[in-house]
Design a protein around this ligand. Sequence first.
Ligand SMILES: NC(=O)c1ccc[n+]([C@@H]2O[C@H](COP(=O)([O-])OP(=O)(O)OC[C@H]3O[C@@H](n4cnc5c(N)ncnc54)[C@H](OP(=O)(O)O)[C@@H]3O)[C@@H](O)[C@H]2O)c1
Length: 299
Amino acid sequence: MNQHILITGGTGFIGQLLCHQLHCEGRSLTVLSRREEAEVQRLCGRVQVIHSLDEVATIPTIDAVINLAGEGIAEKRWTQQRKQTLWDSRITFTDELVSQLQRRDALPAAMISGSAVGYYGDQGEADVTEATEPRDEFTHRLCAAWEASATRLSGETRVCLSRTGLVIGRDGGFLQQMLPLFRLGLGGRLGNGRQYMPWIHRQDMVQGLIHLLDSPELSGPFNLTAPEPVTNAEFTRALAQVLNRPACLPVPPVALRLALGEMARLLLTGQKARPARLLESGFVFQYPAVEQALAEAVG
Ligand SMILES: NC(=O)c1ccc[n+]([C@@H]2O[C@H](COP(=O)([O-])OP(=O)(O)OC[C@H]3O[C@@H](n4cnc5c(N)ncnc54)[C@H](OP(=O)(O)O)[C@@H]3O)[C@@H](O)[C@H]2O)c1
């Protein structure tokens, strides 16, 4: 397929595998990154590299855009300054990306843009599909504004929004932070463990994004989460089982709140999110069950 795709966030945990997969399929890519060209090519393979949004104007053809750039939501405490950085790297960035695309002679046919299950806020034990009414909190406001920025392009361009769950895969993502303790047998559920952890395997994540890219009839929000969501307690048991270690040291909520402040909500609340629209559109998951996904990721 002779298609040229602009990717932001291409050097990230999801983006690297996405670049390799798209390249294998014969598509050509431009990656926008703040890193040196050689490093981008080491991470992403044979891609063109641009370093600023101004350079979007110099790309001869852009058939589609995949927009994944964003500072790590769980990397640092959510001070006012950090919240602004999270906001700027998604909303200000996407606003400017859309403006640059609108200045070109031809708009891309499709834009697949990032969002997260945090869009819904804390949903307790209720089933969550794309039709669920969100709860107002910081992650909701961040994701809603991020989606609204991308949706400015809708009209001539088809826009799909990826409400991504926790991505499970080798050598990266949130699992990397959990593994050292779990490998030592010092893992445990977080709080009462009843909060849902909507997860997705990295390969399904990448194939899901490509499915959205290649399905001209699809637009709007899609939960990119596995069809079998699990609670934190179930996730903890599954991880302990694949590592063959005990995990019976629960972490009290107060400790998480003290250590992480408001960001502890990422660990203590959740969404029982189901990929209703992705399944309706015929997408088939390679890793529907968490045990199988974890076995691949830590094996
Ligand atoms: N992984 C997950 O579990 C998960 C879950 C839900 C949502 N998401 C969202 O999906 C997207 C990709 O996730 P990921 O895990 O692949 O992320 P990642 O590994 O943290 O990579 C983030 C990417 O964003 C770019 N970036 C970061 N800050 C930027 C800034 N200030 N300006 C421009 N670019 C910036 C980086 O590009 P350079 O360093 O090359 O410039 C990097 O490629 C993120 O937006 C994330 O919020 C991820």
